[in-house]
Design a protein around this ligand. Structure first.
Ligand SMILES: [Zn+2]
Length: 103
């Protein structure tokens, strides 16, 4: 089970965008990476093609999960995720407040 979900708010803890916060846009469990809005943006200059107008496109590059920390929506602290069970259902729990995060 992957720790991160689309829509989680995360803090970047290392690299160029250290200290920035954003929401996860996509997850790539196989490569242990996620893309976060406005984080690790790079600009691409494109020429006109059949499908696109010319211009500068901003694209979020995937960032390693080792460089981000989840912000708990319940206690609003930077936290880590534990897995627990609520009856049969596996849940993601905040290690600080034990609140369940959305799955
Ligand atoms: Zn919490």
């Amino acid at each position: 089970m992957f720790k991160f979900r689309i829509g989680d708010e995360v803090l970047v803890t290392a690299g160029r965008d250290k200290g920035k916060k954003g929401k996860i846009e996509k997850v790539f469990p196989k490569i242990d990476k996620v893309t976060v809005e406005n984080i690790n943006i790079y600009k691409r200059h494109r020429k006109v093609s059949k499908s696109q107008a010319a211009g500068i496109y901003e694209i979020s590059r995937p960032i390693s999960c080792a460089k981000i920390a989840v912000i708990c929506p319940k206690c609003t602290k930077v936290t880590r995720i534990n897995f627990g069970y609520d009856g049969k259902n596996k849940q993601r729990l905040c290690v600080k407040c034990q609140g369940s995060l959305t799955t």
